[in-house]
Design a binder for this molecule. Structure first.
Ligand code: FES
Length: 260
């Protein structure tokens, strides 16, 4: 920010490196995912091919899911949603990622240029941080964390169901099972590496020595937390690829390679 209390340097910044590369690459990656996921969420089609259900559409709450033979409907949640089931499911992972500390940094820099990079002045005239509406809603992140854990549990069960063949017989594995396995490992790693999770397991303690279990959990989460950005991107890519794999199967573009 240019204010009267700052040094009167005329240049917008003094950086000589290609500082714009990272925010530009981030903007491109996020924009590509937004376009793809919006198209898929509104498609309301080609999200199931036995035994796989797209992670964008699980649990399938739509009435139409019930009509699929052996389909992905979760009776536990009922079938009461008349539109694309993805539109209600995606609120939770979307809210989790939108309010994530890493993604905030990513889109504040790449979409809002606030600031675009370290030591590069931002174009806005004032700065209120996250103290006002709507950015004060970023504080909801800790609650989205709990929702994200529930979503990860559901996707874990979907992965278990992938150990069946197209006739719903157990003890089989296809390439799709591997795709789902990789995805769920990355989803859990990203979810557990969350800063809120780190605080939940190890925060507000005065003596780690009196809480050895929580200390150990905090140490594991801390190590993952150091890789939070990489896990954010890897899990975003894997969830998109898992959906794409189901889409390609459902449209008949490919067949699932059976491993055993
Ligand atoms: Fe990124 Fe919580 S801080 S998911």
């Amino acid at each position: 920010m240019r204010t009267g209390t700052r040094a009167a340097i005329a240049e917008r910044h003094l950086r000589t490196d290609r500082w714009w590369l990272a925010p530009a690459g981030t903007a491109f990656g996020l924009f590509a995912f937004i376009v793809y996921s919006t198209w898929r969420a509104f498609a309301n089609a080609d999200y199931y091919h036995a035994p796989y259900v797209s992670p964008f559409y699980s649990p399938c709450l739509a009435e139409s899911c019930e009509q699929m033979q052996g389909g992905p409907n979760w009776a536990l949640f009922g079938e009461w949603w008349p539109l694309s089931p993805a539109l209600i499911i995606l609120i939770f992972p979307l809210g989790f990622r939108l309010t994530c500390y890493y993604y905030r940094k990513a889109y504040y820099r790449s979409f809002w240029a606030s600031p675009p990079a370290c030591a590069v002045a931002e174009p806005h005239k004032s700065y209120s941080g996250e103290t006002r509406f709507p950015l004060i809603l970023q504080n909801l992140h800790r609650y989205f964390f709990y929702a994200a854990v529930l979503v990860a549990v559901i996707l874990t069960w979907d992965t278990v169901l992938g150990f069946r063949n197209a006739d719903y017989e157990w003890g089989h594995m296809g390439l799709g099972t591997v795709v789902f396995l990789v995805n769920i490992v990355l989803i859990w790693a990203y979810t557990i590496s969350c800063h809120s999770c780190r605080h939940i397991v190890g925060g507000r303690l005065k003596h780690f020595s009196k809480h050895p279990v929580r200390y150990r959990m905090w140490s594991v989460v801390g190590r993952l937390n150091a890789r939070h950005m990489q896990l954010a991107w890897a899990s975003l890519l894997s969830v998109g690829l898992a959906d794409l794999y189901v889409y390609l199967l459902a449209t008949g573009a490919i067949t699932d390679l059976q491993l055993f």
